[in-house]
Design a protein. Structure first.
Length: 395
């Protein structure tokens, strides 16, 4: 097994575990009678810790101690997940989830930088497509399986997630044959055998990478605020844990399909459509969240999650592609990309929980949709203000 194949496999397994852990914590808390604010904090604390520490781990020099840092993160995350199985107290779940976030922050920035090493252009897009498919497949499997496991006992969901993370640590320590130990060698071999048509170059200073970062923050803010509040609405409507998990899995399946489609299409990587495509995707995502606010039958929730998942996949792929394409410091860029995810996933659930506590069980969905639309407007304004001086300076 090559190093690249191991990186893909551990990416799948890690997000399978993260899906199981986050589902089990929030669903268990909801069944224990947690308030909207409690659910918001449970969804926000671990990812808030992750977002802050991802910035720090992103400054670890490229190609230095990646394997060791990732393995340490796995051991911490596995231990904290296992401890969650032995408590029904929300304050302790908050503490342990923060520890999980710290462990995962040692894992993802290093893995993403490792994957992007030596690749650019169409080759980078191909690699990131495979990466997007595998980690979304992990979330899909994690949500779907954990919902079923949870029905047989919440503690088993934690046991499964902790065990899978230990398997990841073992895979990262797996000896790799000489000559197959770097991601770069896989890129070189692929580039020799597969021709790719060049894309239009992304002009520097046009705001593509920064707009993609803001779009990533916005979609994670809105969708994770929505997901954090849904356990309360699900229990209120009598939606079982397995159906709940299947709805989340449907969203990840749509994101997976979006990654594949984006690889086949190139408009989103060209200067003409890069920004407008991101803005349209975010507005579609906002509309899907409004739909959840009105939904009652299961099919309405499923349709909304499919649309939201596909649009989140678009925002993620644009952010990671422009980050690794434009930045020479891959680990630093990956850390900032992951910090955008973490900050969105922190503030979204926290503020949605506050809105739910004060305005009712359906209010957070309308809040999240409105916030997303407002953030799209802010992105447009920033691009306009950035480009106006450049136009004025032209001869």
């Amino acid at each position: 097994m090559s190093q690249l194949q191991i990186l893909y496999l551990v990416s799948l397994l890690m997000d399978m575990s993260v899906a199981g852990m986050t589902f089990a914590i929030t669903r268990r808390a909801a069944e224990l009678g947690a308030s909207s604010s409690d659910l918001g904090w449970l969804a926000a604390v671990w990812i808030g810790v992750y977002g802050v520490l991802a910035l720090l781990t992103g400054h670890v020099p490229d190609r230095v101690n990646r394997r060791k840092l990732a393995v340490i993160g796995c051991l911490v995350a596995s231990g904290m997940t296992l401890l969650c199985a032995f408590t029904t107290r929300i304050p302790w779940l908050l503490v342990f989830s923060a520890g999980i976030g710290a462990g995962i922050a040692c894992f993802w920035p290093t893995i993403i930088a490792w994957l992007g090493e030596g690749a650019s252009g169409a080759q980078l897009a191909k690699r990131l497509t495979t990466f997007g498919v595998v980690w979304n497949a992990g979330l899909l499997i994690g949500y779907g399986c954990t919902g079923v496991i949870f029905e047989h006992g919440p503690q088993w969901a934690f046991y499964a997630s902790a065990g899978v993370i230990l398997i990841i640590a073992a895979l990262l320590l797996w000896p790799v044959p000489a000559g197959r130990n770097t991601a770069r060698s896989m890129v070189d071999a692929s580039s020799r055998s597969t021709p790719h048509a060049p894309l239009s170059a992304i002009p520097p200073g046009r705001g593509f990478r920064k707009t993609a970062w803001l779009a990533l923050f916005a979609t994670n803010f809105a969708l994770n605020g929505t997901s954090a509040m849904f356990p309360q609405l699900a229990t209120h409507l009598g939606i079982s844990a397995d159906v709940h998990g299947s709805l989340l899995a449907a969203g990840r399946g749509a994101a997976l399909a979006a990654f594949v489609l984006l690889y086949l299409l190139t408009f989103w990587r060209t200067p003409r459509h890069a920004l407008s495509g991101l803005w349209i995707a975010q507005l579609c995502c906002a509309a899907s969240i409004v739909w959840i606010g009105f939904a009652v039958p299961i099919w309405m929730f499923a349709a909304a999650w499919v649309v939201g998942g596909a649009m989140s996949g678009y925002a993620y792929q644009a952010s990671i592609y422009f980050t690794l394409e434009e930045m020479a410091e891959k680990t630093k860029g990956s850390g900032f990309h992951e910090a955008m995810i973490g900050s969105g996933m922190f503030f979204g659930p926290m503020l949605a929980g506050w809105v739910g506590n004060h305005h009712g069980v359906r209010a957070p969905y309308f809040f999240c949709a409105l916030a997303l639309a407002a953030l799209v407007g802010a992105q447009m304004l920033l691009v306009f203000l950035r480009r106006k001086p450049a136009v004025a300076l032209r001869p």
